[in-house]
Unconditional design. Structure first.
Lengths: 264, 291
């Protein structure tokens, strides 16, 4: 018993040795290691993996160009969307380039660059469940709306449709399957995915409203308190958007389907 | 003796029956989907296994399978090693050195594996691998090659370590209880016999008690190995490119939900049926030695 007591005291002393976080300048660290580690998540057409395992997509182009302009190699760290902010905070990567919408809640935890892109929420509904032409038709208690967990779609859906049931899924694919199986009435997500879905499954799905119903700014997310890195990112965004490069890439990924042979 | 020879045939039969059951399962699933009105598209999937690009290359999902096997092997070896040490310490010094081990194993056994995974990934992972080590590995070509071949790509080295050590500790807490059971199961008379033959305490333990205990606890341990392979899928939440994670990524891109899930089921089934067959064979060998 006495032995056990001594051991217990030793165990209580352990935490003293743990945890000693140190502040480092991310920009310096990236330049020194020659590697930009980018956190992202698969999301058509922002970031997708080809059959050969190469990453393609709008955000991938942006990340590659950013790394090229910094003169470093890019390294993609695919992460689950619901855990992407904690992973950034614990330094699993240096920056999130994944079409992350700027929201007040997120901005409390991470620092955002100025927006380099705007995206909006769009909705696709199941033909057999509902025939509607305006958003207010979906604000009913018998409507089930599928969204991706942790996405801005989840927040928007519960704001716009307070009476409807919001079903959250860890992955986009599961939410879409729920819609196709008819267990969900509609699916809310960033454009243009709902439009693509409506084209792909013409017989089952349709677009109740043609336009997007929110406009949200998209920015790079970095760890808090890293002003010099943030300044660099803001300047970079100003440069590439005045070049017209961002618009060109956006048109390629969002308005054409030239890239479809890469993934299907 | 004769009884066990028949048993060997039984193992092969078990395998055949296993694969037969898979076929029935798939027939059943296809019967369900007939009603679901789901268009299957198997055609484009083979390139996720192999594709041509100046010779045959392994595709995404095949790489995922290799990674799952590598991760499993790593966890099986580490957790067995840890478990043996844990069990010996708790057996020899239950009150002093064994006490923290008891706390660790008891804690891990009451936490769900998913939570253990997050705990190691977010809180402990970075502390285990200092950046200095990573720069050293990167700077040294031979070490770099060895690490990338046997462990993982350097970019996910930290994740790999956090996840595999987390799961290894989690599994070790179960396996160590099994081994401790084995150690306690060796009767005291054997110790006394060894001592009276003139062996010292160290030799009695390493030559008499430990080998028997390990062999006796092997069947239960092997069962735990099957569960290790299944549990590696939990590593997908921390973005390790093993089978489940890779498949989920593929799913997010091409949205062939049921095809991909059926493939995942089939692959885990095949791996684990083969493993259980192997375990049974070994089990028979051990039994032959004792009876």
């Amino acid at each position: 018993m006495k032995k056990r007591f001594i051991m217990l005291m030793l165990i209580f002393l352990l935490p003293i040795f743990a945890f000693s976080a140190s502040e480092v300048n991310t920009l310096d660290k990236i330049l020194k290691s020659g590697k930009l580690r980018v956190g992202m998540s698969s999301f058509v057409p922002w970031a997708m993996q080809t059959k050969k395992g190469e990453w393609v997509g709008f955000e991938i182009d942006v990340a590659r160009r950013l790394a090229q302009d910094m003169g470093v190699k890019v390294e993609f760290v695919p992460t689950k969307w619901s855990g992407i902010i904690p992973a950034l905070l614990t330094s699993k990567f240096d920056i999130i380039i994944g079409g992350m919408g700027i929201t007040p809640e997120r901005a409390l935890k991470v620092d955002f660059s100025q927006p380099y892109d705007y995206s909006g929420m769009s909705m696709v509904a199941n033909r057999s469940k509902i025939t509607a032409t305006k958003l207010s038709d979906f604000n009913r208690s018998d409507v089930v709306i599928a969204v991706r967990l942790g996405s801005t779609a989840a927040t928007v859906a519960s704001q716009v449709f307070p009476k409807a049931t919001i079903k959250m899924f860890d992955d986009e694919a599961q939410a879409i399957q729920e819609l196709l199986n008819g267990r969900a009435t509609a699916f809310v997500s960033s454009a243009p995915l709902p439009v693509f879905l409506a084209i792909e499954h013409k017989d089952k799905l349709y677009l109740p409203v043609k336009e997007t119903f929110t406009k949200e700014p998209i920015g790079f997310a970095v760890r808090k308190g890293d002003q010099s890195f943030l300044n660099f990112l803001n300047s970079w965004i100003t440069i590439v958007s005045s070049e017209g490069w961002l618009d060109k890439r956006k048109r390629y990924w969002f308005e054409t389907k030239d890239w479809e042979h890469l993934i299907k | 003796m004769k009884g066990y020879i028949i048993n060997k045939k039984q193992v092969i039969w078990d395998g055949i029956i296993g694969f037969f059951l898979i076929t029935i399962l798939f027939l059943f699933i296809s019967f369900i989907f007939e009603k679901l009105d789901y268009r299957f598209e198997w055609g484009g999937l083979k390139e996720y296994f192999f594709y041509y690009d100046n010779g045959i290359k392994s595709g995404l999902i095949l790489n995922g399978i290799f990674f799952t096997l590598k991760l499993s092997l790593f966890i099986i070896m580490t957790s067995t090693f840890l478990a043996i040490i844990f069990a010996i310490i708790r057996f020899l010094s239950p009150n002093f050195l064994g006490f923290p081990i008891y706390l660790i194993t008891e804690t891990l056994r009451t936490i769900p594996p998913l939570v253990v995974m997050y705990m190691f990934y977010f809180f402990i992972g970075d502390r285990l691998i200092p950046d200095v080590l990573l720069t050293f590995i990167e700077g040294n070509n031979i070490v770099n090659f060895l690490v990338e071949f046997f462990v993982s790509d350097l970019s996910i080295f930290k994740q790999f370590f956090a996840a595999s050590i987390g799961l290894a500790f989690y599994e070790a807490s179960y396996i160590s209880e099994i081994i401790r059971g084995g150690l306690n199961g060796i009767s005291k008379t054997q110790v006394e016999a060894g001592l009276s033959l003139g062996l010292n305490r160290y030799h009695v333990f390493t030559k008499i008690i430990l080998p028997q205990a390990l062999e006796k606890s092997f069947p239960a341990m092997a069962g735990q190995y099957v569960s290790i392979i299944k549990n590696t899928s939990i590593a997908s939440v921390v973005a390790i490119p093993e089978l489940t994670f890779v498949s989920m990524e593929v799913l997010a891109t091409n949205r062939l939900t049921f095809e991909i899930w059926l493939i995942i089921i089939l692959i885990y089934l095949i791996i684990n049926i083969i493993l259980s067959m192997g375990i049974k064979m070994l089990d028979i060998k051990i039994k032959l030695k004792y009876f």
